[in-house]
Structures are given as structure tokens and as C-alpha cells.
Design a protein around this ligand. Structure first.
Ligand SMILES: CC(C)(COP(=O)(O)OP(=O)(O)OC[C@H]1O[C@@H](n2cnc3c(N)ncnc32)[C@H](O)[C@@H]1OP(=O)(O)O)[C@@H](O)C(=O)NCCC(=O)NCCS
Length: 210
């Protein structure tokens, strides 16, 4: 599968065109480094720290890393842009092919951009891309049990709870338990997750509760 898709891929959200997921570019450097710096304490409890913390890679080395991993078919790396400004990142990493065809989604948005439904709308677009663009069969999200905001993101999109995986990822200095959530192609019954999410958004609250 390696090298069969473009590394510089752009996903414009079909129903919210000001929301774009695209590759990190050299000219993003100042904006991206500023965003990371002002959000350090916001992200620290949830971001991978070892054994090779990507946060310590220099900007250009990070872009090269993303490109080569994408070319190898293991990673789909995106920054999230809203109205032309960077607000976060979303990756599909650890992509495996063969009889598994699965990838692991990870994401963050800035403290300032939180609470506007950016992560769920972009994750829905990423899942559609994974299933209907890349031909994957499964997308998982691994979340620390205390990350209430991220748990809400997968809950909103109907991910299935697959249970706890002990000491799964090295986060904030130690190996941390995570809850795994997943969707497989069958869960969408041929539908778009973006369309499903937007329909749910439009339904009155009372109806959603039933
Ligand atoms: C988790 C995260 C990506 C959610 O993104 P988002 O675009 O804010 O998602 P939503 O707008 O759907 O909000 C999700 C939940 O966050 C919480 N939330 C809302 N506004 C918030 C704010 N201003 N600050 C903190 N949390 C907020 C609410 O619990 C919300 O659920 P609700 O919509 O039922 O009220 C974001 O909080 C984040 O980047 N956190 C730090 C990094 C991280 O945890 N990454 C995920 C690792 S698995």
C-alpha cells in the first residue's frame, strides 16, 4: 500500500467549508510554534512523551517525519485550520494494512478553540476519509479515562467502547491506561459519518435524548 496516496492531502469539511484539514507546511512554522507554546499546559496531560517525543523534533524535521511516514503508508498527518488559522492537529497513525486495515486517530485543538465542536466534526471527516478514501476497515481512538472532553468527542460520534488497555501509551512521563473506542466500516452502514453527525446536530435535544 505504501506510497499509493498523496502525502499533501487536504480535507475540506463538506458541511463546514471554513474547517480544513491539511498537511503542515514550512510556512506554518511561526504560527504553529506559537500555538504549541501557548497550549503547552493544556496539552501536557494528554500528549505522548516517550520514547521519541515528537514535540522535541525541530519543525522541519517534524515535517520530514510526517512526510516519510505518510509515504510509507503508516500515517495521515493533518493540521486543523478554521477560517484560515491553525487551531490544532489530527492524525491517523499506526496504520496497518493486510487483514487488519486499521488506524488510530489522535487529535488536539487549542484551549481557545475548544467547545465549538471542531474535534468531532473533523474526526467525522477523518473517519469518512479513512473508510471511503483510504479503504481502511477500522478507526480507533485511545483516551485516558480522565479525559472527559475527549470521551465526549467519541461518544458524540457513536464510537463503540472496547474497554481499557492497561499502560497503553506513554503520556506526561508515565505509561498510562487508556480506554479504546472504535468504529468499523459496518458501523456506518454505508453512510457518511459527517452526514450522520450533522443530522444529529440538527435534531432537537429532546429527540436526541430518546
Ligand atoms: C478533547 C478535545 C480535542 C475536544 O475538542 P473540542 O473541539 O473542544 O470538542 P467539543 O467542542 O465537542 O467539546 C467536547 C467536550 O469538551 C468540553 N468542553 C467544552 N468547552 C470546553 C472548554 N472551553 N474548555 C475545556 N473543555 C471544554 C465539554 O465537556 C464538551 O462536551 P459537550 O459538548 O458535551 O459539552 C479538546 O478539549 C483538546 O484538544 N483537549 C486537549 C488535548 C486532548 O485531550 N486531546 C485528545 C487526546 S485523546
Amino acid at each position: 500500500m505504501a506510497g499509493l496516496w498523496p502525502t499533501v492531502l487536504t480535507i475540506r469539511h463538506p458541511e463546514q467549508p471554513d474547517r480544513v484539514m491539511r498537511a503542515l507546511r514550512p510556512r506554518d512554522r511561526n504560527e504553529w510554534e506559537h500555538l504549541r507554546a501557548v497550549n503547552r499546559s493544556w496539552l501536557e496531560p494528554w500528549e505522548a512523551t516517550s520514547p521519541e517525543p515528537l514535540g522535541q523534533l525541530k519543525f522541519r524535521a517534524l515535517i520530514r517525519h510526517y512526510d516519510s511516514e505518510a509515504q510509507a503508508g503508516r500515517l495521515q498527518p493533518f493540521v486543523i485550520e478554521v477560517g484560515g488559522r491553525l487551531v490544532g492537529q489530527m492524525h491517523l497513525s499506526g496504520i496497518t494494512w493486510g487483514s487488519m486495515r486499521s488506524g488510530s486517530a489522535g487529535y488536539w485543538v487549542s484551549r481557545q478553540a475548544a467547545g465549538q465542536g471542531i474535534a468531532p466534526s473533523c474526526l467525522a471527516a477523518l473517519v469518512d476519509h479513512a473508510f471511503y478514501g483510504l479503504g481502511l476497515h477500522r478507526v480507533e481512538v485511545n483516551i485516558r479515562p480522565g479525559n472527559v472532553a475527549s470521551l465526549r468527542v467519541v461518544e458524540k460520534l457513536g464510537f463503540r467502547d472496547e474497554g481499557v488497555r492497561e499502560r497503553l501509551l506513554h503520556i506526561d512521563g508515565a505509561w498510562r491506561d487508556h480506554r479504546s473506542f472504535a468504529l468499523t466500516m459496518e458501523d456506518l452502514e454505508g453512510q457518511s459519518l459527517v452526514a450522520r453527525w450533522n443530522a444529529a446536530q440538527r435534531r432537537p435535544q429532546a429527540e436526541q435524548a430518546t
